[in-house]
Design a protein around this ligand. Sequence first.
Ligand code: APR
Ligand code: ZN
Ligand code: ZN
Length: 361
Amino acid sequence: MSQQVRGVVARAKGEPVGIETIVIPDPGPGEAVVRIQACGVCHTDLHYREGGINDEFPFLLGHEAAGVVESVGEGVNEVEPGDFVILNWRAVCGQCRACQRGRPWYCFNTHNARQKMTLTDGTELSPALGIGAFAEKTLVAAGQCTKVDPAASPAAAGLLGCGVMAGIGAAINTGAVTRGDSVAVIGCGGVGDAAVVGSRLAGAAKIIAVDIDERKLATAASLGATHTVNSREKDPVEAVRDLTGGFGADVVIEAVGRPETYKQAFYARDLAGTVVLVGVPTPEMKLELPLLDVFGRGGALKSSWYGDCLPSRDFPLLIDLYLQGRLDLDAFVSETIALDGVEDAFARMHKGDVLRSVVVL
Ligand code: APR
Ligand code: ZN
Ligand code: ZN
């Protein structure tokens, strides 16, 4: 038995997305069907629509979601029907070399549902990041579901499934920000702002927000940045050094994904500091640096993929902090929209008008 629900589909490169009827099979072994309650609009959804990730159209978009498990297949013991879950795009295997060596966030056997969701004519859908949650329901691997406290608002909880986790994790997991650190965050969109929030949670003494947009700097300040730098007006490397007694920041988090900001991050850190790269560049981007500068500076250059998170460890913990009033996830929800509002939300995201638009079902 299968069932039919509504979902947001990108049929072809660059074309506006639209609502279609989706056919969802009953969950097979290791799979779960989840009734989606909320799903945030992320840049990656737009990248799919623009053909920037692969050309396996049609895509069922949406991947930043929370909902309730409706049914599970054979052998599923991670979750059961009725559980409130956040979906993740990295269900780790536990078997590969990375998992075995205690670094499951580098797992290279991550898995998704085996069965395919389809359009009513039988065309197979590619779910964004193996999730596809701009839909009333979706089919995922049970390992993609992490049970969290159902007292959390679905709109806020879903954001941990991608962008907000990427930013908080960049600070806490990858950057290992610790009490007393100075942190500079370059690029204060949803991801950079989450890095600000993560740095504050970790006890950073100074959090310097860098952006080219005053509106973004104001939001970063409201979320805990102690200093702001408009890099259109001031050289951000000098500004960060000035604010840190001439040294540079202990941890610099790059959340833009461009050569000039990668370079700023490299030079804005203290000699033994850490650079965390969370902004995703495009394939043609290049950066040239004097080797003597690379050699002459200690510290670490790290990239952060999904905030090096472990959903089973990090999602419940962050939801607890949220429910205790120590982590303001609601601040990231700029607006709630319906399923048919995704295309317009892409435009607002592109203009930088919102941190996150969240589809609520
Ligand atoms: N210097 C500083 N800030 C910049 C610059 C620049 N040269 N160019 C853009 N910005 C700022 C924008 O003003 C915006 O506030 O970077 C921010 C980018 O934010 P968003 O577009 O909202 O993107 P976000 O969702 O935060 O993702 C940022 O992280 O995970 C990656 O793929 C994601 O590469 C993207 C990055
Ligand atoms: Zn693994
Ligand atoms: Zn995303």
